[in-house]
Design a protein around this ligand. Structure first.
Ligand SMILES: [Zn+2]
Length: 327
């Protein structure tokens, strides 16, 4: 017997704003897993992947899954990273405020109605249209019990890369999850703003693997990357190479390339094909963000580097850890 998806709407208040929640309940005890897409309204890959999950007859055998394909509806309608009314980035205002602006009220609704009753959070993002990130699953890794469980789920997701963070900035969904003591992972992928079947499939399969790891689904999804590249860092701006001059950025490296500090990562050229600037890696590690749109202004970040994960728990230092190693 496969349970059926049900849909209901949670409003932030009078006026129609809110979220549509798709719920699949196994009828058996088990974890409540919340899956969010579209926290950034222009990150369509996460939206469609989440929506596709709600079309699947998942043979859920424990717990329940709550999926919100479009968490920030107004931003989706505006094809924007931020709310069109208040200009706020939903992923920077959690846990939100009941009496705040539209985006803050939305964060409050998600926190109170979804995250507070969740046992696990999966937040599906993508790159922005002008800057690429590789396909990876990320999470907090601060030594807490919830973070250790999140690391395990990030590995179970099966992406070719895992990015763990020692600390989280304020206002994110993962920050609320940390404060609530629940494991949370997020996903990113390249070509933001474009629907690419490879990444849609990776997201749907990744969530299924997470649910299988939680013993909520049978273990029948094809295995993901068993030897992910594992980087660790906090997205510190010191690790981002910025250009000093305006022009067109031309990358000399690819996402996830291993680079050494000072290595050439690209050039800024002008409309006469003259090289105005050589841009160098600010640190040693792997290329985890790379400017895709050529046009740059002075100060535009063009390449972010994350260091290979340091040794922990007796695991090798350069990240070659099979999925399930922390079980
Ligand atoms: Zn995002």
């Amino acid at each position: 017997m496969t349970a059926a998806w049900r849909e209901h709407r949670l409003p932030t208040g009078p006026g129609g704003a809110g979220i549509d929640v798709h719920e699949l309940d196994s009828g058996a005890s088990g974890p409540t897993v919340v899956i969010l897409g579209g926290v950034h309204g222009n990150e369509v890959g996460g939206i469609l992947a989440a929506a596709r999950l709600t079309r699947l007859p998942l043979p859920l055998r424990a717990g329940r899954v709550r999926v919100v394909p479009v968490t920030h509806e107004a931003a989706y309608e505006a094809d924007s990273r931020v709310g069109p009314g208040d200009g706020l980035n939903l992923a920077r205002v959690f846990p939100g405020a009941a009496g705040g602006s539209a985006t803050e009220r939305l964060a409050h609704l998600v926190t109170e109605q979804l995250l507070r009753t969740a046992d696990v959070l999966v937040d599906l993002h993508t790159s922005s249209p002008d800057t690429d990130m590789p396909l990876f699953a990320g999470c907090l890794d601060d030594g807490s019990d919830a973070a250790d469980r999140a690391v395990r789920l990030a590995l179970a997701f099966g992406a070719p890369a895992v990015w763990t963070h020692g600390v989280l900035g304020p206002g994110r969904t993962l920050t609320v999850a940390r404060d609530l003591g629940i494991p949370a992972i997020y996903a990113e992928s390249p070509v933001g703003g474009v629907l690419d079947e490879r990444y849609l499939d990776a997201y749907v399969s990744g969530v299924r693997r997470v649910l299988a790891d939680l013993a909520m689904l049978p273990d029948e999804t094809a295995p993901g990357a068993t030897v992910p590249v594992w980087v660790h860092g906090d997205g510190d701006v010191d690790m981002f190479s910025q250009v000093a001059v305006g022009g067109m950025f031309h990358a000399e490296v690819a996402l996830m390339d291993r680079v050494e500090a000072g290595q050439l990562v690209g050039t800024v050229v002008d409309t006469r094909a003259r090289v105005l600037e050589h841009v160098h890696a600010a640190a040693s590690g792997h290329v985890v963000t790379l400017r895709r749109a050529a046009h740059v202004r002075p100060g535009t970040p063009v390449a972010g580097i994350a260091a290979a994960r340091p040794a922990r728990l007796g695991l090798p230092s350069d990240s070659l850890v099979p999925s399930g190693a922390l079980r």
